[in-house]
Design a protein. Structure first.
Lengths: 290, 757
């Protein structure tokens, strides 16, 4: 009896062991975390801009994270629905549109290098364009940012709207360009009469061999919130906490963090709430984008 | 190796240089161009690959494989790019231009190398399916330090190779055209370069031929023109300072001496005109031939040849030699030879030849004449001596012979007759001796007749046989139809006997004596080949007396005709035999040659002028008988013994003799003598009135007076011969009584009467 019991015991162990081993292996195999981003312009530039931050987070939360650069809000929405992305970095107007997918405890906003939580866009023309005010843009061509860009698309439209200019009605034509540098060059070379760039966009053109004095700032948009970092509701609280802690731990005084922040063109991250975006949400509604 | 003109050489050189430069330059340029094009192709391929990677990068970031596929597919449509793919970090094909390759894992070496490559690079090359070499270009795709993937793009040089081939063809055509153009250009250039040089060469030829007036036309200021000026100046200097070749040739050819230049190896290199004349040949026929081909010396090839002596260092050689010309002529030449020196080395021998044959002949003739003159002087002296002696001797001998003959006649059976005969014989020998002496001096009167030597010799053969003895074979070879000669038979007999005696003495152990006669025409043979040199010309009769005895040495031969020269023992010879022969021959206007070889024998060849007169047929000789007479004979001689002897002799034969010792006495006797004088016998040479004068004066008295002149020595034989006529006769003292009586009989026409005993 004892012998049969022992035999059965060994048999059970023999049969169960592989399953136990597999279960253990599965337990130790951590899930790959994806951070989606909606680039305002160039995909590669966006990737290179945020990959250091992704690397930092991977190291901090001890989990492998991959950066997923998306095309548009629709793709992001789809991925959020399918829980294929855990975190999202995007502009405030995209957040407003997709806020229903995010955990409210996860909201973190980025700060400008100066520490501000809002930014403005600039409308530029050539000095010789005979455009002295926003009203003069009527009948002119203009290059705006991608719909994913809060500043170059949303903020610019808000400003133009305030000035009574409907881009579809009053402009001779408009286009959604790429990065700030491309838009400045298009204006400089008179491809467009005017263009919209980020607040710090002109500083990026310094390396170009053009006479920057030929460009003038026609107007500055009202400030809007910076990029919002949000977590999918499906993400565990623990992971969200670890991630937010890591983001908030970034200190621009820290040489290591400074490089990461510089790449990401921000001065750090700070907590925020959904209420913080209500005024913007109202303006967007005025534009009728929803 | 063929020799090309300067122009061809220059053309070839420049053409080769052009070909070399064009070829090397073309090759290097082609290499450089090929390398450049390939590098450029690589650079373009790199650019395309990097552009492709950059274009694919955002799609790769977004993992947008369809977009990546479009990018790759669009590129691969380019035929230079056979494939393009993007591998992930594990080697899995994220995208490939061939969609079927997607998601495959590449573990080949190329892929491993590509995954390990950190920057854009050219990977290994490999052959594709169609054998085309494919270069694998690898571009790592990274962003933010993350290796997103790796692009591998194939690249072939097909098109660029076509371009390179086209470039090669183009370069080849350009090269060929350049070479052709270069050759033409080289030809033109060398023509302009070589033309003035050719002018210079032509000028050197003309100047070399002696045309020092030639001047080269100078054009421009280049080196050729400078050279031409220098050349003209040199020619002018040459003209001033040197004589022309023509001038030298004129001198060379104007020389009366025959001159030739002989190279050290014995080849004639130059001859002058005199030399051509000497040989009778044209210069070019002689030049280039061996020096002894046309002119041979006895010393040719020997140590003493002047050519060898000059080459051994002698500065001047002068010699006299016989030379044999190519046509067989033998000439005597004076040779002067000296070295021809160039740059301190003997490059030849200059031989100057003087033909002295005529001069030599003249000298020989002169010497001969001189010898003859000396001989004549010698003979004259001998003759004078003989004449002086002969006069007295003959008188003496006349007395001795007269009386002994008379005694013999009167006392034929007397016991002392033998003694008288010995005296008479000795006196006769003395008479012969005196006659020989007279013959030497040619002072004896010849009784010249037309005779034929064959007849005379034939008559002598018996006597000669006895004379030479039985040990010697006597051979007579008469010439048929031998011409006649004018000669004194007794003198000719004397010649033959003397020669026979000499021959006998030369053959003490026997031998052969040959006497031969011939007709010869000396005009036809004299001087024809230079071998025979006769003092006379015309038809002659040769008398050849040959023995095969001991012969004579050259020294003996030179002296055999000297009077009193003899090689015989003292008692056997007087030394007058051959000198008498010589004198007799001379007196007959003939000449004599002697050929003698030691131990082989001697030949005496005597020449007598031919006469066309007919031979005097000898009538039967009158019997030598003594005659009686009754006529009155006047005997005149200054030698008293002779007068007495003649008185006695004539009285013995019945004649009435009136004797006188001089012409004056004879004339006085005639006046006193009342009777008729029938015959005068008178000595010619007498003090006072001589025999001739006496006879003339007596004939004034008696017109038909017969005269017999007698003399022991006649100074003027010619005068004697002129004076003799049918009423005159001459008897050489001493004479035999019967000779006197015969002459008396002839003159007085007496009947033959026997001498009364």
């Amino acid at each position: 009896m004892k012998q049969s019991s022992l035999l059965i015991g060994f048999l059970v162990i023999f049969l169960v062991a592989p399953f136990l081993s597999l279960a253990e292996q599965r337990a130790t195999q951590k899930e790959r975390i994806k951070i989606a981003i909606l680039p305002c312009a160039d995909v590669v530039k966006t990737f290179e801009q945020y990959q250091p931050l992704v690397n930092y987070l991977s190291a901090e939360i001890e989990n492998e994270i991959s950066l997923v650069v998306l095309k548009n809000v629709q793709e992001l929405s789809s991925l959020l629905k399918q829980n294929k992305v855990q975190f999202v970095l995007h502009g405030p107007h995209s957040y407003i549109e997709l806020a229903r997918f995010y955990s409210q405890q996860s909201l973190v906003k980025s700060l400008t290098p100066e520490g501000e939580d809002t930014s403005s866009a600039l409308i530029i023309t050539r000095t010789d364009a005979n455009i002295l005010s926003l009203h003069d843009l009527k009948g002119k061509s203009m290059e705006l940012g991608q719909t994913t860009s809060g500043l170059k698309w949303m903020a610019a439209r808000l400003l133009l709207n305030q000035a009574g200019i409907d881009i579809n009605r009053d402009l001779s034509f408009y286009s959604q360009g790429g990065c700030c540098t491309d838009i400045i060059l298009d204006v400089y070379f008179k491809k467009f009469d005017a263009g919209v760039i980020c607040q710090h966009g002109l500083s990026e053109i310094k390396d170009q061999e053009i006479d920057i004095s030929q460009i003038k700032i026609l107007a500055q948009t009202p400030p809007i919130h910076n990029i919002v970092f949000a977590a999918n509701k499906s993400v565990s609280v623990d992971l969200i906490q670890k991630t937010i802690d890591a983001l908030l731990a970034l200190d621009k005084q820290n040489p290591l963090h400074k490089e990461i922040l510089h790449k990401a063109e921000c001065g750090g991250f700070a907590r925020t709430t959904d209420d913080h975006y209500n005024s913007l949400r109202a303006k967007i509604k005025e534009l009728g984008d929803y | 190796m063929p020799q090309f003109s300067l122009r061809i050489q220059l053309t070839l050189l420049i053409s080769i240089l052009i070909i070399a430069v064009v070829s090397v330059t073309g090759f290097l340029n082609l290499q450089r161009e090929e390398k450049f094009l390939i590098n450029e192709d690589h650079r373009r391929a790199f650019y395309i690959a990097e552009k492709l990677a950059n274009d694919a990068k955002p799609h790769l970031i977004r993992y947008d494989r369809s977009s990546i596929y479009k990018v790759l597919h669009d590129i691969v449509e380019n035929r230079h790019i056979p494939y393009a793919m993007i591998l992930d970090v594990d080697g899995i094909v994220l995208m490939h231009n061939k969609a079927g390759e997607v998601d495959k894992k590449y573990t080949d070496q190329f892929s491993k190398t590509a995954l390990a490559t950190k920057e854009t690079t050219m990977g290994s090359a490999f052959r594709g399916e169609n054998g085309i070499l494919i270069h694998d270009i690898i571009v790592p795709i990274s962003a933010a330090g993350i290796r997103l993937g790796t692009l591998r793009m194939g690249h072939v040089h097909t098109e660029i190779k076509k371009v390179i081939s086209a470039a090669k063809r183009q370069l080849l055509v350009i090269g060929c055209v350049s070479i052709l153009f270069g050759i033409v250009l080289a030809n033109v250039i060398t023509y302009f370069v070589a033309r003035p040089i050719k002018g210079l060469i032509d000028a050197t030829h003309r100047i070399g031929r002696g045309d020092l007036n030639f001047e080269i036309v100078e054009r421009g200021q280049n080196e050729i023109a400078t050279l031409a000026r220098s050349f003209n100046k040199m020619t002018a200097d040459l003209k001033r300072t040197t004589v022309s070749q023509q001038y030298l040739d004129n001198i060379f050819n104007s020389s009366a001496d025959s001159i030739r230049v002989i190279s050290p190896d014995g080849i004639v290199t130059k001859v002058n005109r005199s030399f051509e004349t000497l040989l009778g040949l044209y210069g070019p026929d002689v030049v280039g031939k061996g020096c002894s081909n046309f002119l041979k010396y006895p010393f040719c090839g020997q140590k003493n040849c002047f050519c060898k002596r000059i080459q051994q260092g002698e500065q001047f050689v002068r010699m006299e030699s016989e030379a044999i010309l190519s046509d067989g002529r033998r000439i005597i030449v004076n040779i002067s030879a000296s070295p021809l020196i160039e740059n301190g080395e003997i490059v030849g021998v200059i031989e100057s030849i003087q033909d002295i044959t005529a001069q030599k002949k003249a000298e020989d003739k002169q010497q001969q004449l001189q010898a003859q003159f000396l001989q004549a002087q010698k003979m004259e002296s001998v003759g004078r001596l003989a004449g002086g002696v002969a006069h007295d001797f003959n008188n003496i001998l006349s007395v001795i012979l007269g009386y002994t003959d008379l005694l013999i006649l009167k006392n034929s059976y007397h016991e002392d007759t033998k003694l008288i005969e010995i005296i008479n014989k000795s006196a006769r020998k003395a008479t012969i001796l005196i006659r020989q002496l007279l013959a030497l001096s040619r002072k004896q009167l010849l009784e010249v007749k037309v005779l034929n030597l064959n007849t005379l010799i034939d008559d002598m053969l018996k006597m000669l046989g006895r004379l030479i003895g039985e040990d010697i074979f006597l051979e007579f070879l008469p010439w048929v139809d031998l011409d006649n000669i004018r000669a004194d038979p007794s003198q000719i007999e004397q010649i033959i006997m003397n020669l026979a005696v000499n021959a006998r003495d030369a053959m003490p152990k026997g031998g052969k004596l040959s006497i031969e006669t011939r007709n010869v025409d000396l005009s036809a043979s004299a001087g024809e080949n230079g071998k025979v040199d006769y003092p006379y010309t015309g038809s002659h009769v040769q008398l050849i007396v040959t023995d095969n005895g001991s012969g004579m040495t050259k020294d003996v031969l030179e002296n055999i005709f000297e009077p009193f020269y003899t090689t015989k023992e003292k008692e056997k010879g007087t030394g007058l035999g051959l000198s008498t022969v010589y004198a007799i021959v001379q007196q007959h206007k003939g000449f004599i040659k002697v050929q003698s070889d030691e131990k082989k024998g001697t030949s005496f060849i005597i020449h007598f002028p031919v006469t066309r007169e007919k031979e005097n047929i000898q009538e039967g000789s009158e019997k030598d008988v003594m005659r009686y007479g009754e006529e009155t004979i006047l005997v005149v001689d200054d030698e008293n013994d002779v007068t007495v002897m003649l008185e006695d002799l004539l009285s013995t034969f019945g004649y009435r003799v009136v004797a006188a010792s001089s012409g004056e006495e004879a004339l006085q006797l005639k006046q006193q003598f009342a009777g008729r004088i029938d015959l005068l016998i008178t000595d010619i040479t007498m003090p006072g009135i001589n025999g001739w004068q006496l006879a003339r004066q007596l004939r004034n008295i008696e017109e038909d007076l017969k005269v017999i002149y007698i003399s022991g020595y006649i100074k003027d034989i010619k005068h004697v011969q002129e004076m003799l006529h049918p009423q005159n006769a001459f008897l050489q003292k001493p004479f035999a009584p019967n000779a006197l009586m015969k002459q008396i009989g002839k003159l007085l026409g007496h009947q033959k009467l026997e001498l009364k005993s």
